[in-house]
Design a binder for this molecule. Sequence first.
Ligand code: GAP
Length: 501
Amino acid sequence: MSELQKSMDEIVALCKRRGFIYPASEIYGGINGFWDFGPLGTQLKNNIRDLWWRDTVLCPPIGPEGEILSMVGVDTSIIQNPRVWEASGHVGGFNDPMVDCRESKNRYRHDHLQVLRHRSDESIPMFAFLEGEPEPAYRKIKKQHKLSPEEFTAVPLTEIPLSYLERVIGPDTDKKGTLTEPRQFNLMFKTYVGAVQDEDAVAYLRPETAQGIFLNFKSVLDTMRVKVPFGIAQIGRAFRNEVTPRNYIFRSREFEQMEIEWFCQPDQAKKWYDFWCEHRKNWWQAVGLKGANLNLRSHGKEELAHYAKEGCGTFDIEYRFPFSAPGFGELEGVAHRTDFDLRQHQQYSRAKLEYFDPDNQERYFPHVIEPSAGLSRGVLALICEAFTTDPERPSKMFMKFNPRIAPITAGIFPLVNKEGMAEIAEKLYQELRCRYAVQFDVKQTVGKRYARMDEAGTPFCFTVDSQTLQDQTVTVRYRDTTQQERVNIDKVASFLQDHLA
Ligand code: GAP
């Protein structure tokens, strides 16, 4: 097991043990691609969500010319009229080419498979494996064929001619020729609306929150005092029947997105595209994804989604997750969607969706710059970033969350449960609990309580001890350094306020 894989195993174990993330339906054996957030994970996710909402909608950024941006928020239905997804291109185009294994019955995304091909001997089979997980293929090569993996070279399955599939051994089988040719597979979850379950009642769970924004473009224009350029933001769940959900919550079937559709004049699109790429990268850094683990990547034209092909392109903000290292996994995409969506919805719905510019007396379709972030992926990236080993501590590790997103801001403890210390600590807790996410704990030794707080990523712990009885000071212990100093008990609230600013 590699070091990187090992640390992912430790992260998953910690998330389970400390109530960040649990497998969904665990008591029934789970359900692949679905996860539940526990108490600490929910609070962490809500903190990230609230910061994004605050920095996007309540206190939008300052634009390139020093202007305060105009932004409103919506919360739209998960299920919409099914024609929406025809217009958006999802019914016809939201497909991934899939490869089935007739033997193991597993299904894989064609572009997620690679094969190990012998460098010189064409008669030796090729061994397929899931991107980043070559170990099972190495084992087959060594055990069954007594060969060394060094004799092989890795090639994407998409580059192997279909006629060669007969020679490929699937990732979860020992037999040759069990992989089918790639077939299209629609990623949208289908359901039925109403009592009768026939074709007329088919509807879909939204695969992105973006379309709900385009559907309400006209209503927002008519009801709010907004003028182009302006943005509409939304946070919500999206559903994709991913063929290979994997890497913990990175690729799941139900997840949350934080999306902005920024409507601007077509000739201003490049300026806004550059602005949003820069702004969104800075935002992730400000919430805690610092350093070399954050990467920025422009897509080549061939990789672009159907709506982005004619525009400035797409820019990915990527994070080096332990399972992707040394490579990166996408966290957010900033796309120039042109006027594709508004035009499509006008054509399919026949509603007039052009914007009327009152200054120039002109009617046009605004272009759209879309920063689309994964909230669930953001939680995972911030968990991975926070996980810090420290052999000196009883917990051997701590979670180094930015204090503004930490699920618990402070622990409040009596050193021991005697001499009235518990009462003083509880009074402090009562004073703070409605303003800050504080936790009161009297059980076990204070060392064990600190260790629990280190695992939860609590940046500060305040402890009432015998000196408190004499001079009304408490110790504050800093999570990152484990150092302690004394503050007046009356100053704890302002201490927290200063440290969360
Ligand atoms: N509206 C554009 C859109 O949805 P996307 O690149 O397909 O674009 C945006 O998704 C973000 O949503 C991704 O960068 C990722 O963070 C998140 N995301 C997409 N699929 C996901 C999945 N299966 N599980 C978790 N997050 C996902």
